[in-house]
Design a binder for this molecule. Structure first.
Ligand code: C2E
Ligand code: MG
Ligand code: MG
Length: 665
């Protein structure tokens, strides 16, 4: 390198043509490769080729310093040929399905011979041209747009992709975007570098990405140096990223580590953030999610809409259109005041508050009847919607029709009233146990029976009113119901207001959930004092009778029931008949106990006095019979027997009275 060249470089001026020429002849120019990464997956999609000049014995020179000189010297086509030729000679690149991006200078896009040269080089290297992206900066297009369009179209015809480089730095970007068949939009590094700190940059980046998406272009962000930038770009919907974060431009010899890298190293958004729910909180939304979100939006059981700052419908779902009774299409672009004038005055104050930044949820609104449509009860949320820079763009409204629910609630209240009334009338005490076995509800009747206040009966409180002897039984019944799902049927005494004990019977049944667990137990308590009283009296009667019967000096045998089983044998009868006659014994067994007629002939089962009473209802008065005792001695007995009838006159049993001269009197 000459002194002039060194000087030119250091002051950023043009290099002498002969230095450049010598550099080309001396093979001092070479490409470096910078990876392009898919932000969503971390996958390597290709490389951008960037030129470097390494003059012998001097330091490396960057393209910004030599490209203008190369252009001036008319050597730019030669440089492009060198760059592309060297790149296409790298087998590890050509053999993989990766993209290559080639930078072109302004003048080159006006060169009609360029497409053919690219085609022949790619053909020689067996490189399909749909893997080549040609990057053009905006300034390249300013000179002669029609010519540039012609060349661009020719490149497209060869299946090359076209990228608009450094987007946002030129002053006629939009015109070019419109005029040329671009496939890709590269967001300029200057916006990316400041987007985390500067709201304005962020807004520009978001708009550029939105613009790219709107035009169906792939968006690429240049100059990503930090994870934060990459993450933000991902959420803004940018497709590809390029920058030091993913790798600085490297010479061919250093490509392998990048080619063999695990894509997960380059994923910027954490997996948790990939799910749809959190995605919804980030706006704007990557294009591929929009259709899915629209489907959710339309299918939601609530009315949803987004209103701009003038309260005009930007978007709404079918539900809301139905609620408003106006076709969805007739909303878009029109103001709420225009579409539903009868409701607007009611909602306007809330819309204004949301526009001022307040989030309002659960606002109840009574929508008046209108055009034959009945009045409606609505619950509405109004949320301010902000852009990524925090400015309020409009209001998101969610509307739920609760008219039906309100009516149902009213009906429910009414039937609840009926139910309470019914409970007050019934003499029973309905109760509910929760899953822990605690009383959660009970009828006020409990207080009448016990004088215990209902509040105190809740939980385990009711047990205090029980007779101490009955508490374990009641507790066990509750436990068995709650833990084992057993029905409740337990009797216990409660202390009455007059301090007397009164018998009650509590019955109930558990309710189970889907998995078979008891969720609660419903039941009633009823007073059974009268029943208890009757059976108590009966018991007394019976025992009195028994003691009387046992005391008499006459043998008494009573049999009853359908099978005429012996029910009672008094001590006197036992002495006469011994073990041959015992309670529980049935006919005809007890007829075979050695009873003979006065002539000494054994009785047949039907002739047996008790059997005659029971089976035929006959009465026998003091007849003589003979009994052969186990000792062999024959005793003379006098036996009476008679049937026993119920109050209604049915034959229910029989009784036998036996006089044994050797026993009793
Ligand atoms: P460009 O096409 O926009 O390339 C991107 C530039 O950004 C490259 O600079 C690259 O090294 C740099 N860069 C990439 N990631 C980062 C990063 O994270 N941080 C920072 N600070 N910079 C990053 P480079 O290699 O100096 O190239 C500059 C420009 O020179 C290129 O801008 C391109 O317009 C032009 N150029 C490079 N090679 C050629 C070529 O072979 N032919 C033509 N016509 N122009 C070329
Ligand atoms: Mg470029
Ligand atoms: Mg660029």
């Amino acid at each position: 390198m000459t002194l002039v060249a060194k000087l030119s470089y250091s002051v950023g001026m043009a290099f002498a043509e002969r230095d450049l020429q010598r550099g080309i002849e001396g093979d001092e120019f070479f490409p470096v490769f910078q990876p392009l990464i898919e932000l969503r997956t971390g996958q390597l999609t290709g490389f951008e080729l960037l030129a470097r000049w390494q003059p012998a014995g001097s330091s490396l020179i960057m393209p910004d310093a030599f490209i203008p000189a190369i252009e001036n010297a008319g050597l730019i086509n030669e440089l492009t040929r060198i760059m592309l030729g060297k790149a296409l000679s790298i087998q590890s690149l050509v053999s993989r399905p990766l993209m290559l991006s080639l930078n072109l200078s302004p003048a080159q896009l006006l060169d009609p011979g360029l497409p053919a040269r690219i085609e022949s080089m790619a053909g020689a290297a067996n490189f399909p041209l749909d893997r080549l992206t040609v990057e053009i900066t905006e300034s390249a297009l300013l000179g002669d747009l029609p010519r540039a369009i012609a060349v661009a179209n020719e490149l497209k015809a060869l299946h090359c992709r076209l990228a608009l480089d450094d987007f946002g730095t030129g002053y006629s970007s939009l015109r070019h975007l419109h005029a040329l068949p671009f496939d890709e939009l590269k967001v300029d590094r200057s916006f990316v570098s400041s987007m985390v700190e500067r709201r304005e940059s962020r807004k520009i980046v978001a708009s550029v990405i939105g613009l790219g998406q709107g035009l169906g272009l792939m968006t690429v962000a240049e100059g990503i140096e930090s994870r934060e930038q990459a993450e933000m770009l991902f959420w803004l919907g940018c497709d590809l990223g390029q920058g030091w974060l993913f790798g600085k431009p490297v010479p061919a010899a250093e490509l392998d580590p990048i080619l063999n890298r695990d894509p997960r190293e380059c994923i910027v958004a954490s997996p948790a953030q990939h799910d749809g729910a959190s995605l919804l909180t980030h706006a704007p939304i990557p294009a591929h999610r929009v259709a899915q979100l629209q489907a959710i939006y339309d299918g939601a059981p609530v009315g949803l809409c987004f209103l701009d700052r003038d309260f005009r419908y930007v978007n709404l779902n079918r539900q809301l259109a139905q609620m408003n009774g106006v076709p969805a299409a007739a909303h878009i672009g029109r103001a709420v005041a225009e579409v539903i004038p009868h409701v607007f005055p009611i909602v306007e104050p809330f819309l204004r508050r949301a526009l001022a930044g307040e989030s309002l949820t659960g606002v109840e609104i009574a929508k008046p009847p209108h055009n034959g449509a009945p009045a409606q009860s609505l619950v509405v949320s109004y949320l301010p919607v902000r852009d990524e820079a925090g400015d309020i763009l409009g209001v998101s409204v969610a509307v739920m029709d609760v008219t039906l629910r309100k009516e149902t609630e009213a009906r429910l209240r009414e039937s609840e009233e009926h139910f309470r009334h019914w409970i007050r009338l019934t003499p029973h005490v309905p109760w509910v146990l929760n899953a822990k076995g605690e009383v959660s509800e009970a009828s006020p009747n409990w207080t009448q029976y016990t004088s215990q206040h209902l509040d105190q009966a809740m939980g385990d409180g009711w047990l205090e009113m029980l007779h101490p002897d009955d508490v374990p039984r009641a507790k066990e019944a509750v436990r068995a119901a709650v833990e084992d799902g057993q029905p409740v049927d337990v009797e216990y005494r409660v202390r009455r207001p007059d301090e007397e004990w009164k018998w009650m019977r509590s019955r109930g049944a558990p309710r189970f959930n889907a998995t078979g667990r008891v969720i609660c137990v419903y039941g009633i308590v009823e007073e059974i004092e009268n029943q208890k009283q009757v059976s108590r009296e009966l018991e007394i009667c019976e025992s009195e009778l028994r003691s009387a019967i046992n005391a008499v000096p006459v043998g008494i045998v009573i049999a009853d029931g359908a099978d005429a089983a012996i029910f009672m044998v008094n001590p006197c009868a036992h002495q006469t008949f011994g073990d041959g006659l015992f309670p529980g014994q049935k006919l005809p067994e007890y007829s075979r106990m050695g009873l003979l007629d006065p002539g000494g002939r054994p009785l047949s089962p039907e002739e047996y006095p008790l059997a005659r009473a029971i089976q035929r209802g006959e009465t026998i008065e003091s007849r003589p019979y003979l009994l052969r005792r186990p000792s062999g001695v024959v005793a003379h007995l006098s036996i009476s027997s008679r049937p026993i009838h119920s109050d209604e006159g049915a034959l229910v049993g029989g009784m036998m009275l036996v006089r044994d001269p050797e026993i009793g009197s």
